[in-house]
Design a protein around this ligand. Structure first.
Ligand SMILES: [Zn+2]
Length: 440
């Protein structure tokens, strides 16, 4: 299937046509002539990063000294780091928020992801193992990058659709996912930042996914309609390329409420495909995956699902909200294939961003009264229902005063704040594993 780079209407907090500068990891691209870079440079201010003396020479000849940033080989491995970032910001004379890093190298993209700047990965196929730290935008090639800059693209389709005036374009990502030697396509509409991640409180999409599935809250199920819309868009897109016979979600444990019922029914009806959920069931009350490591998860889930029917020759879409290790999804695919399914395509709202971050952005949204970190929340009722705002739990608990800030106001403050910066953090893999278990 062709990878659609900018398929749907959409909005995130940053848009490609608002970008004021690009920092390009030139070494990660081969065979890109200077004229190609010049097409980008004519459109948007660029700084070219290289650790190769020959490349530096030809770039300087074409663009002048001030546009080329030479980084010694040994430092390039950790780039972009704080030192590189400072130089980049100086050269581009733009704020953190107005620039994006561009690279074809996943490690570079991973490091760049830790800044409050944008990150763009130039890559045609993405393997699931390279998705636990995803950039804001992924494009096929330089041509696609230029196209993205010329259009209003806000990153991932799902992440941007939560905003009311989202009329522009976003991407969905096709990922190669290996389900027990069954290679399938996993399509994601966005990223999920778990609560320990510094981005969690800055990312409405993650909060929406998290809050939507809480039980008995005013906001429970609040985003069902939007999420159904995301799945529907993707399935309709797939239907243009191939035959889709039916849809199902990951079966819930025996006697548990199915949070996906409304969404699955709606997708099945609106996309005019079969609903396989009645036949796809969970036959064992297995231990909660949240509390387990990735190895334990795979073990824990074996044989818990059953399909009571024949799927011979059928193409099945399985949907889920967040995919983490992929263990549950693998077992679902195995079960559906065992029942005859010709092809299984997974469509998820988000891939969990559980990878370690080497750099951390500060400050977060702070309370104007007490200075504590504010929490991103959503109004479950009233005239602002469905709207995001920041709230200080400390003030509320200590004085009963409900200190709040509008989402847009807080973002504006954050992006205007000259002190928004990055700091290196010590990586403690155990702590990350711990956080991961506790916060999914
Ligand atoms: Zn406060």
């Amino acid at each position: 299937m062709d990878y659609p780079s900018s398929q749907f209407g959409v909005v995130m907090f940053r848009c490609t046509n608002e970008l004021k500068g690009l920092a390009i990891d030139t070494d990660s691209f081969t065979d890109i002539p200077v004229e190609e870079w010049n097409r980008i440079n004519e459109r948007i201010k660029c700084v070219f990063i290289t650790s190769d003396a020959g490349t530096e020479k030809s770039l300087v000849a074409a663009f002048g000294n001030e546009k080329v940033l030479y980084i010694p080989q040994f430092q390039m491995k950790l780039s972009p780091n704080r030192t590189t970032h400072k130089k980049v910001v100086n050269i581009l004379k733009s704020a953190n928020f107005d620039i994006a890093y561009v690279s074809g190298n996943y490690n570079f993209v991973k490091n760049a992801r830790s800044f409050l700047s944008g990150s763009i990965w130039v890559k045609q196929t993405v393997d699931y193992r390279n998705t636990n730290i995803l950039p804001d935008l992924i494009v096929d090639d330089i041509e696609d990058l230029l196209k993205a800059i010329n259009e209003n693209i806000y990153g991932f389709f799902g992440e941007s659709i939560l905003f009311p005036n989202s009329l522009d374009k976003g991407i969905i990502l096709f990922v190669d996912f290996d389900a027990n030697n069954n290679p399938i396509k996993l399509i994601t509409a966005g990223r999920y930042f778990p609560s320990y991640h510094y981005m969690a409180q800055l990312h409405p999409y993650s909060r929406a996914i998290y809050l939507n599935k809480q039980t008995d809250k005013p906001y429970t199920g609040l985003f069902n309609e939007k999420f159904a819309g995301i799945y529907k868009n993707i399935i309709n897109f797939l239907k243009e390329k191939t035959t889709i016979d039916g849809v199902c979600s990951v079966p819930v444990k025996p006697n548990k409420v199915d949070n996906f019922k409304y969404i699955i029914d709606k997708i099945s009806k609106d996309c005019n495909i079969e609903n396989y959920n009645d036949k796809f069931i969970c036959i064992k009350d297995y231990e909660d995956q949240k509390a387990l490591s990735s190895g334990e998860r795979a073990e824990n889930i074996i044989g818990v699902f059953q399909y009571n029917g024949d799927l011979t020759g059928k193409t099945v879409v399985i949907i889920d909200d967040i995919v983490t290790t992929g263990a549950t999804l693998r077992e679902c695919v195995r079960t559906l294939k065992k029942s005859g399914a010709k092809e299984v395509i997974a469509v998820v709202l988000a891939i969990n961003q559980i990878g370690p971050t080497y750099w951390r952005a500060t400050p977060l949204i702070s309370c104007p009264y007490c200075g504590c970190e504010m929490i991103l929340r959503v109004a479950g009722k009233g005239q602002n229902r469905g709207q995001f705002f920041y709230s200080c739990l400390n003030c509320f608990h200590s004085s009963g005063k409900n200190s709040t800030k509008k989402f847009k106001t807080a973002w504006k403050e954050l992006s205007d704040n000259e002190d928004s910066k990055v700091e290196q953090i010590a990586i403690d893999e155990n702590q990350i594993e711990e956080n991961w278990r506790g916060n999914l």
